[in-house]
Design a protein. Structure first.
Lengths: 420, 171, 301
C-alpha cells in the first residue's frame, strides 16, 4: 500500500513536471503546435456538423459504406504495428544504433493507435452508443465478431505502448533502474501483439465472402508486408527530425539498416501483389471486377486508376532506391524513397483497398466514391491530433532520454532558488 | 304395394341424393371474391332471355363491340364458353353449366397446371391471412386476367431509387 | 524565472480548459433529447417484461408527439414451430416496383435524404442470371415488362447462416426463432460492418434522421420491425414481422399485381411455400456462399 502510494506520488509529480517541458520551447515549436491546434479545431467543428446531421454529411452511401475514415484506420494500424515490430526486436537483439530509440518508437506506435481508434470513432454512426461495445458493460460479440477482437487488440496495444514508455521514462527521470523482471514481459508481449493487431484488422476484411476482393487468404500477409514498408519509413523521417531538433544521437547506420529492412518488406509486398494480380487476371472469373475497377476502370468508372498507378510507380521506385546501396546510403535519395513509400502504401492500403471492396457492390452496382470536404477536414484534424500528441510526447521523452530532464536536476534548481 | 312404393321412393331419393352430391363434389368450395362483372351487365338474361340465338361464328357488330376476343379466337368463340340457352352461366366442355363464381373450372379445362397451382394457393395474388383463423380470399382467374383478352398489358413502373451522389453513372 | 514559467503554465492551463469547455458545449447540445433519453436503454434481450412496457410507453409518447398518431407497438414473440420462407416466381415479375413502394409505406421508410428501400429490383438481360454486375437498378421505361429482360427483386434473404449476425460487434442484430433476422435499432452503433458483410445488399443505413411524411405513417408497428427508426441505425426487411406473426401476408406479397410473390411456413408441409419447393425448380441466390437463404426463386417459363 505504501509502495503504491509512493509510485502514485512519483508519477504525479513527474506528470506535473512534464507540463513545464511541454509548455516551453522554441518559436518553431510554438508555431508547429498552434498550427496543428488550428487544424484540430477545424476538424472538430466539421465533426460536430457530422454528428448533428448524421453520416449523410459525408460522401458515403449504402453501396460504398466505408470510406476515407476506415481507409486511414487501416493504414494507421499498420504503421503502429510496424513501429514496434521494428524497434523492439532491434532492442532485444542488441543492435546498438537502434537500442536507444525503443521508447520513441513505442510512443510513435501509441500515437498511431490513438489515431486509428479515433478514425473508427468518427466513422461510427452512433458514437453515443459506444458503450455497447464494451465487454461486460455492453454486449460485445466476442469471439464471433472480428470488430470486437479489434477493439480488444487495439486498446490492449495502446495500453502496452503507454505503459512501457511511461514506466521507463519515469524510472529514467528518477535515475532509478527499471525493474526488468516487471517490464520485460510487457516489452516481449508487444511484439506478437503488434503482429496480432494487424492480423486482426486484416481478418476483419478477410472473413467476408460477400466481398470477393477482400476474401483472399493473402490479405493478412499483404497487410503485414505493406505495414513493414510504411511504418519504418515514417520512423526514418521522424528520427531525422528528432536528430535535428534535439541532442539525441542517431547514427546514419541505424537509418540505413531500417531502409534495408524496408527493401525486403517492399519486395514481399510487390511479390504478394503480383500473386494477387496473376490469380485474378489468369482465372478471369467475374470476381475480377474490383481489380479491374482499381487498375483499369470498370464500365467507364475509373476514379481510382491514376491513384493506384501512381502508388505502384512510387512503390517500385522506392524499392529500387532501397535496394541499391548507393541510393540507400545517401540521405536525399533515402528520404525521397521514404516519402514515396509512405504515400504509395497509403494509397494502396487505404483508398486502394477499401473502396474497390465496394465496387461493384454485391448486387452489381457501381458507385464511385470521393471524400468530400467534411471527411477531408475531419481526417486532417485527426492526423494533426496524432502529430500533436506525438510532438508533446517527444517533447517530454527526449530530454529524459538524453538526461537533460531529471529529478536530481529539479532538486538542484529548488535548492538553488531557495538559497537566493 | 305400400312397401314397394316406399322402397322405390327411397331408392329414387337415395340415388338422387347420390347424383346431386356427386354433382356437388365436382364444384369445390373456394372462398372467392365476387366475379368482376362490368356494371349493368349482369344478369345477362335481362337482354338474352328474349333474344334470338345466332350460332354462327362471327365478329359481333351491334353489341359487345368494346370487347375484343383475343383468346384462342381461331379455335373458339363466345358460345363455346357462354352457355347458349342461359347466358347467366358458363359452359364446360362436357356440356355442364356452371355459375360465374366457379369460372375457374372453365379456365382450368385448358390451363391445367395453373389451375392446380391456383387450387394449392400458389398461383396469382394472395392477400389477407395465410395462417390462423383470419379471412382468406381467393381471387377468380377473371379478377386478374380479362377472359376475352387475357394477356397482361404493360404498365408504368414506379420510379427507380434515387441515385446516390454520383458523378457519372452511364450504363 | 520562476514567475515567467508560472504565468505561461497557468495561461496554457486556463486556455486549454476554457477551450475544452467551450467546444464540448456545442457537442452536448447537438445530442438530441432523444439520444439522451435512450442513452442507458438496455439491449432488447436483456429487458424484463416490465422494462419493455416502459420502453413501449416512452416510444408511444414520442411518436404521438412527432407524428400525431397513436401507435400500436407490439413485441409479439415468434409463433412456435414456424420458419418463414419466401417464394418468388421470376417468370411473372414485370419489374413494376409496386412491391418496393408498398414496403416503403408499410414499414415507415425515410422517403428522402436519405431515401431507403428494402427491396431492390434488378433488370437483367435474358440469358444471364448469375453475373449481377450486368444488372440495371435504375431502369425507368414508360412501360414494363420490356422485351428481352428478366426482373429480379432482391431483399434481405433472412439467411439461416447470416453473415451479418456473425460480424455485428454489439449483438445488435440476431436471428429470431422463426428465422427472421432482426435489428434492435436502439442498440445499433452504426459501424456498418453488417452492410459490408451482406452478400445481397439486404441492409440499408439511416444516414440521417428519417423523413417520413406524417400523413403516410403506418401506426401498427413491431418493436423489432417497422417502428420509425432513428438516424445512424441499420435496418432491413423483416418479412413484415408485424404482419406475419399475426398470420397476415407481408405487404410486398399483397402488393404484387401479377402474383409473383409467395410466402409461408417452411415447417408446415401443407403451406404454399412447401408446395412450391416440392414441385417447382427452385434456386437461391449465391448458394455457394453457404448462407442458406430463405428466399426461393423459381421459374415457370
Amino acid at each position: 500500500m505504501e509502495k503504491l502510494r509512493e509510485i502514485w506520488n512519483e508519477t504525479w509529480h513527474f506528470y506535473k513536471r512534464t507540463l513545464i517541458l511541454v509548455a516551453t520551447g522554441s518559436k518553431l515549436y510554438y508555431a508547429w503546435c498552434f498550427s496543428l491546434l488550428a487544424i484540430i479545431i477545424a476538424g472538430l467543428l466539421f465533426y460536430i456538423k457530422q454528428h448533428d446531421a448524421g453520416l449523410i454529411a459525408t460522401n458515403m452511401n449504402d453501396q460504398v459504406s466505408w470510406g476515407l475514415y476506415i481507409a486511414n484506420f487501416t493504414y494507421l494500424v499498420g504503421a503502429a504495428a510496424a513501429a514496434v515490430l521494428l524497434v523492439v526486436p532491434s532492442y532485444v537483439y542488441q543492435f546498438k544504433p537502434i537500442k536507444e530509440i525503443v521508447v520513441l518508437g513505442e510512443l510513435f506506435a501509441a500515437s498511431s493507435v490513438m489515431m486509428a481508434v479515433l478514425f473508427v470513432m468518427v466513422d461510427l454512426g452512433r458514437l453515443d452508443r459506444f458503450w455497447h461495445m464494451l465487454p461486460l458493460i455492453g454486449s460485445m460479440n466476442f469471439p464471433e465478431s472480428l470488430l470486437a477482437w479489434d477493439v480488444l487488440a487495439l486498446n490492449g496495444y495502446l495500453f502496452l505502448n503507454l505503459l512501457i514508455p511511461i514506466y521507463l521514462l519515469v524510472k529514467f527521470y528518477y535515475r532509478k533502474k527499471p525493474n526488468w523482471k516487471f517490464i520485460l514481459p510487457f516489452i516481449l508481449l508487444s511484439v506478437p501483439w503488434a503482429v496480432g493487431i494487424h492480423t486482426v484488422t486484416a481478418f476483419l476484411y478477410n472473413g467476408l465472402p460477400a466481398r470477393p476482393f477482400w476474401n483472399a487468404s493473402i490479405l493478412a500477409p499483404r497487410f503485414l508486408a505493406s505495414a513493414f514498408c510504411s511504418g519504418p519509413a515514417i520512423i526514418i523521417i521522424i528520427f531525422q527530425i528528432i536528430r535535428k531538433v534535439s541532442d539525441i544521437k542517431l547514427e546514419d547506420q541505424a537509418l540505413f539498416k531500417i531502409a534495408e529492412l524496408i527493401a525486403y518488406a517492399m519486395f514481399l509486398n510487390l511479390f504478394l501483389l503480383g500473386s494477387e494480380l496473376y490469380k485474378e487476371y489468369y482465372s478471369h472469373s467475374v470476381h475480377i471486377a474490383p481489380v479491374e475497377y482499381l487498375f483499369q476502370g470498370l464500365h467507364g468508372h475509373n476514379l481510382l486508376v491514376p491513384w493506384i498507378w501512381a502508388a505502384m510507380t512510387m512503390n517500385v521506385i522506392a524499392f529500387i532506391i532501397f535496394l541499391i546501396p548507393q541510393t540507400r546510403k545517401r540521405l536525399t535519395t533515402l528520404n525521397l524513397g521514404c516519402i514515396f513509400v509512405i504515400i504509395g502504401v497509403w494509397i494502396e492500403k487505404g483508398p486502394g483497398f477499401v473502396i474497390p471492396g465496394f465496387v461493384p457492390d454485391p448486387l452489381g452496382e457501381i458507385h464511385e466514391y470521393l471524400p468530400n470536404l467534411l471527411e477531408l477536414m475531419v481526417s486532417f484534424g485527426i492526423w494533426a491530433l496524432g502529430l500533436l500528441v506525438f510532438t508533446l510526447l517527444m517533447k517530454v521523452a527526449i530530454p529524459i532520454e538524453t538526461g537533460k530532464f531529471t529529478h536530481t536536476g529539479y532538486e538542484k534548481e529548488i535548492t538553488a532558488s531557495r538559497s537566493h | 304395394m305400400k312397401k314397394k312404393t316406399k322402397a322405390i321412393a327411397l331408392g329414387i331419393f337415395f340415388w338422387g341424393f347420390c347424383f346431386t352430391s356427386f354433382a356437388n363434389a365436382s364444384s369445390e368450395e373456394f372462398p372467392v371474391a365476387p366475379p368482376p362483372m362490368t356494371e349493368g351487365m349482369f344478369p345477362c338474361s335481362n337482354c338474352h332471355a328474349t333474344m334470338e340465338v345466332n350460332r354462327k361464328k362471327r365478329v359481333l357488330k351491334e353489341e359487345h363491340v368494346d370487347m375484343k376476343l383475343h383468346h384462342a379466337e381461331t379455335m373458339r368463340w363466345c358460345l363455346d364458353c357462354h352457355d347458349v340457352k342461359n347466358r347467366d352461366k358458363l359452359r364446360l366442355y362436357n356440356g355442364e353449366v356452371i355459375n360465374f363464381t366457379e369460372s375457374y373450372r372453365l379456365c382450368g379445362e385448358c390451363h391445367g397446371p395453373q389451375y392446380r397451382d391456383w387450387r394449392a394457393g400458389i398461383h396469382g395474388k394472395r392477400t389477407g391471412y395465410f395462417m390462423g383463423s383470419g379471412k382468406r380470399t381467393y381471387y377468380l382467374c377473371a379478377h386478374c386476367h380479362d377472359p376475352h383478352e387475357p394477356k397482361f398489358k404493360p404498365i408504368k413502373p414506379e420510379p427507380p431509387p434515387v441515385l446516390p451522389m454520383d458523378k457519372k453513372h452511364e450504363r | 524565472m520562476k514567475d515567467k514559467r508560472y504565468t505561461r503554465r497557468e495561461f496554457i492551463r486556463n486556455a486549454s480548459l476554457t477551450a475544452l469547455a467551450g467546444l464540448s458545449l456545442p457537442l452536448l447540445s447537438s445530442c438530441a433529447k432523444e439520444e439522451a433519453e435512450d442513452f442507458l436503454q438496455k439491449h432488447f434481450h436483456e429487458m424484463t417484461g416490465e422494462e419493455k412496457k416502459q420502453v413501449i410507453a416512452k416510444l408511444e409518447q414520442r411518436y404521438l408527439q412527432k407524428y400525431g398518431r397513436k401507435f400500436q407497438i407490439s413485441t409479439t414473440e415468434a409463433v412456435p414451430d414456424t420458419l418463414w420462407g419466401y417464394g418468388l416466381e421470376l417468370s411473372r415479375c414485370i419489374g413494376c416496383r409496386r412491391c418496393v413502394y408498398a414496403c416503403v409505406k408499410e414499414n415507415n421508410h425515410s422517403r428522402h435524404d436519405p431515401q431507403l428501400q428494402w427491396i431492390r429490383v434488378l433488370r437483367l438481360k435474358r440469358g444471364n442470371l448469375i453475373n449481377l454486375e450486368n444488372s440495371d437498378h435504375y431502369y425507368n421505361p414508360d412501360l414494363v415488362p420490356e422485351k428481352g429482360f428478366v426482373y429480379l427483386p432482391v431483399q434481405c434473404q433472412q439467411c439461416q447462416n447470416p453473415p451479418c449476425v456473425k460480424v455485428c460487434p454489439v449483438h445488435a442484430t440476431w436471428q429470431e426463432p422463426d428465422g427472421i433476422v432482426v435489428v434492435d435499432y436502439n442498440w445499433c452503433i452504426g459501424c456498418r460492418y453488417c452492410i459490408a458483410a451482406c452478400p445481397y445488399k439486404g441492409r440499408v443505413f439511416n444516414w440521417a434522421e428519417p423523413n417520413i411524411p406524417k400523413e403516410e405513417i403506418n401506426p401498427s408497428v413491431h418493436y423489432l420491425g417497422n417502428r420509425p427508426r432513428m438516424k445512424c441505425a441499420v435496418e432491413k426487411c423483416t418479412f413484415c414481422i408485424q404482419r406475419v406473426r399475426q398470420g397476415r401476408y407481408p405487404a410486398c406479397v399483397e402488393a404484387c399485381p401479377t402474383g409473383t410473390r409467395k410466402f409461408g411456413n417452411l415447417l408446415d408441409p401443407n403451406s404454399e411455400i412447401r408446395y412450391i419447393i416440392d414441385r417447382k425448380r427452385v434456386f437461391r441466390l449465391k448458394e455457394d456462399l453457404n448462407t442458406e437463404p430463405k428466399f426461393y426463386y423459381f421459374f415457370e417459363a
